[in-house]
Design a protein around this ligand. Sequence first.
Ligand code: BMA
Length: 352
Amino acid sequence: MKKLFFAAAIVAMLASCAPKTSPSDELSSRLKSAARSGRIMYGHQDDLMYGHTWNTADEAQSLFDKSDVQMVCDQYPAILGLDLGGIELGNPENLDGNNFDAMRIAARKHAERGGIVTLSWHLRNPLTGGDAWDTSSTETVASILDGGSLHEEFLVWMDRLAEYVASLEIPVIFRPWHEHSEGFFWWGDTCCTPEQYNALWQMTYDYLVGEKGLTEMLWAISPNACNDFADWPQRYPGDEYVDIIGLDFYCFNDSFAQNLKACLDIQQSFAEEHGKLMALTETGYEGIPDPEWWTGTLLEAVQDYPIAYLLTWRNASDRPEHFYAPYPGAECAEDFVEFCKSDKTLFINDIR
Ligand code: BMA
């Protein structure tokens, strides 16, 4: 009996000395093993919130089990993308009309099913009062940095975001300040210097992780396209602030696959050089006019890269032409089923 007790005590001691794995370490391992396996996790923005012809906002109480993707291929995406735009003001809904409480339920449901959640943030322009696309001032970033006139106000914006993210109680991939290699947003390359951009990212990280204790997030950075990708290491806050090197790259014409591969080559070198994961953080072809786009173009372009996940944008329920994933009856649905069955992709059942 005594011997047994000692053996149990030694096992317990050894277990307590073993390095602890945090939820975000586990998340990172899941992404790494996908990248190593040569299979890419598929993700869809707002997948459980609404689809081409439906919206959970119209339901009295949603179970968040409906999904355009799931209706087409019988599997939920591995990755669910959600956007926090509006949380900074304390709004009840995000910029695309998703109720934040409903988003919390959807995010948890997705995680319970074995999926992974990624959060982007199309936040308002704190200086002009405009939206994320309001690039009318080159002073916005400077105004919220330490010493800027709106710094304290911006801390309140981050407090609201932090409270919401903590309330999800799941590890997430956080992807702020995206597409900064172009001038789309007030934090883009036409609105701030590389030094200001890097300071913005570092401040966000230090505040959310250091002050607010949000340690269970992986941080993804994602320039848009990359004709000038050679420049983008300058708009990079440093290895200690980033876990995933992303890329946002959409299809507009026939040169998509070729141009995407050229970008992925550069992205892969950068990710390897910095020892980071690689992801295609936003992609898609609005309205998917090519019925064989999924296997014929997208998969063909990405399959030889160690990409952990790719995420296609949303199927807006109020804009019939604005969809990036199939829905029942869509012309590309059959091809998407092939994409889902391919041994190069991972959906939710493949990752749990
Ligand atoms: C864009 C469009 C917009 C949307 C924004 C943020 O690409 O889908 O309608 O508001 O993303 O989700």
